[in-house]
Design a protein. Structure first.
Length: 315
């Protein structure tokens, strides 16, 4: 677990700086005496005050996401996000580059970015199961990004953070509400990544340094269309690009966008995992999904269609 100086955190109660407590990295304290202890799984819970209106993912939804992503189906997406975020991080100047992964979930996407900047860690062709449980000699990776990142993974679900803290022990993993003021100092990070998660534009702009970048992943029309109806998944909102631009307007300007299409061949279990791991998982009946899984063919062709958009702060 990294120490607080690796990442300039703010107290979620009084907004003053947090620092390690008497027992080191497992406790964070502020000058006003507010104290936060790490859970035994390695994350901090910064949810304070009134409850959030955002519904956190359940343990079952998180488990489905972890298993699906660990199979590597979305690994090309994780690599593409890391590639587009890397220039802002590599150009951070003196000091350690820093990234905030807002809505980090199980930490798989942040893992790809951490690996890109970590000499001696696993390369891009390794699976997440090898990272979590593998032993032996870990292969070196090559590439120009050799300065380790300071990283924070933030998510509303404590169940997701339990997984993320194990996936990314070198990051600060925090349970927090993205719609509240972020527990991060002004001008503290070089990149903010948001993969299928809510976007708090004013707060993202506040925490980004000059020259920083916001990287956002959204689904495109036709995403998972082959299985959406039969599994009860939510459809893609109309005019999603326009809605994204409007939600960031006044704080960010578009820089570049890249479309990524993945042709997936999924077994029955991964089809139902894919349905259950997203927002529809809050409403789906597990017994109905189990019945669907039993009726599916051995392999189902599914098209995953993503847009990765990069934005620059306007102020």
């Amino acid at each position: 677990m990294p120490s607080a100086p690796d990442f300039p955190l703010l107290c979620p109660v009084c907004r003053s700086s947090l620092r390690p407590g008497a027992d080191g990295a497992r406790t964070l304290v502020c000058g006003a005496g507010h104290s936060f202890d790490a859970a035994k799984q390695g994350y901090f819970n910064f949810l304070v005050g009134k409850g959030t209106a955002f519904e956190a993912d359940t343990a079952e939804m998180v488990a489905a996401r972890f298993d699906f992503l660990s199979a590597g189906h979305y690994r090309p997406l994780a690599e593409a996000v890391a590639e587009l975020a890397a220039p802002a991080l590599a150009g951070a100047g003196e000091g350690r580059p820093a990234v905030l992964d807002a809505g980090t979930g199980t930490g798989h996407y942040l893992r790809a970015l951490l690996d890109r900047f970590a000499p001696g860690r696993l390369g891009s062709n390794s699976t997440e199961s090898e990272r979590v449980e593998g032993g032996g000699v870990r292969p070196e990776r090559s590439g120009p990004e050799t300065v380790p990142l300071a990283a924070i993974g933030l998510d509303i679900s404590k169940f997701a953070l339990r997984r993320a803290a194990r996936m990314n022990p070198e990051a600060l993993n925090v349970v927090g509400d993205v719609w509240q003021p972020l527990p991060v100092a002004d001008n503290a990070v070089d990149a903010v990544t948001v993969i299928f998660a809510p976007r708090n534009a004013p707060e993202f702009a506040r925490v980004l340094r000059p020259g920083g970048r916001l990287v956002v992943v959204t689904p495109r029309p036709g995403h998972l269309a082959e299985i959406a109806v039969q599994t009860g998944m939510l459809g893609i909102e109309p005019a999603k690009d326009e809605r994204l631009a409007a939600s960031l307007g006044g704080h960010f300007a578009p820089v570049v966008a890249r479309d990524l299409d993945l042709a997936l061949a999924l077994g029955p279990r991964d089809v139902t995992r894919l349905a259950f791991m997203g927002p529809a998982g809050h409403h789906l009946d597990p017994s109905a999904l189990a019945a669907l899984e039993a009726a599916l063919p051995p392999s189902t062709s599914v098209s995953a269609r993503f847009r990765i958009s990069v934005f620059a702060p306007t102020a």
